[in-house]
Design a protein around this ligand. Sequence first.
Ligand code: MG
Length: 312
Amino acid sequence: MDNKQKTIVFKVSDNIKKQLIDYYYDMRCDKTPPYAVFQVKQYDCVITLYESGKVMFQGIGADIEANMWKDLENHTNNRNIDDEIKAKEEKEDDKTYYYYDAIGSDEVGTGDYFGPIIVTATLVDKNTRKLLEDLKIMDSKKMTDDKIRRCAPIIMKKIPYVTFTLSNLKYNELSNKGFNMNKIKAILHNKVLYELSNKNIPYHKIIVDQFTTPRSYFSYLKQENISEKVTKITFLTKGESKHLSVAAASVISRYLFLTEMDKLSEKYGITLLKGASDKVDEVAKKIVSKYGKNELNKIAKINFKNTEKILS
Ligand code: MG
């Protein structure tokens, strides 16, 4: 029944408001709800126009009826109502999750030719939220490496977290077995989430920065017969801006990644670069000429296109 009771609400422009009033004039009910201009009850849809300009379509026929006016807004005023509704929902999402005590996870290294993949889960509750706000913790991609190096150690002392580093050797082994990146991510996220959620620290929700559909996520875990799994997950796109646990997880992951890259750079006497650009290829060529091509298996993601370019 739920989707039959579909409700669509959006605000119409003034010129469209006039047309709505004209169009439905003969069909209007005798009674109007408070603050409404009119209400129309068709057999499959109830239409209510409010003084504010908000129009509400309810019922099985809501889509069809609303689409007519969305199209008119589009043609007349160049407005994309669907985009506006979506943006509004996302904004509301931001607020919805922010104040929950939640576990969140995020990963780094999946787009970098060199270095491991690191996945971290953190738990942020009302007691630790303030610390992260004071440090201005956000998505690690939006923070400088310097800031990450300064903040991450502080966070790691104060908030509960679990992290896992997948070495390049192991990554290459899995990718040779046919594991794609999303499958690897799903397995690693599940691992850190499972461990952290079983530490007996209270939380309301588990949030994953969405990288694949929930259906694929769980099917990857099923394919590997993983029994220790977390099943109640809220998948959010741009999760790092919706809950600080995801942001903190991305910062810790990035910090550990940077540390790992420092170690490797020192070991090889060559500064390893992040990403997968041509410059990265140049660095890799130096490593191959100095240490041989088998060395790449230990420090790089061999299935990236870079490998072919480097070895040719
Ligand atoms: Mg992410």
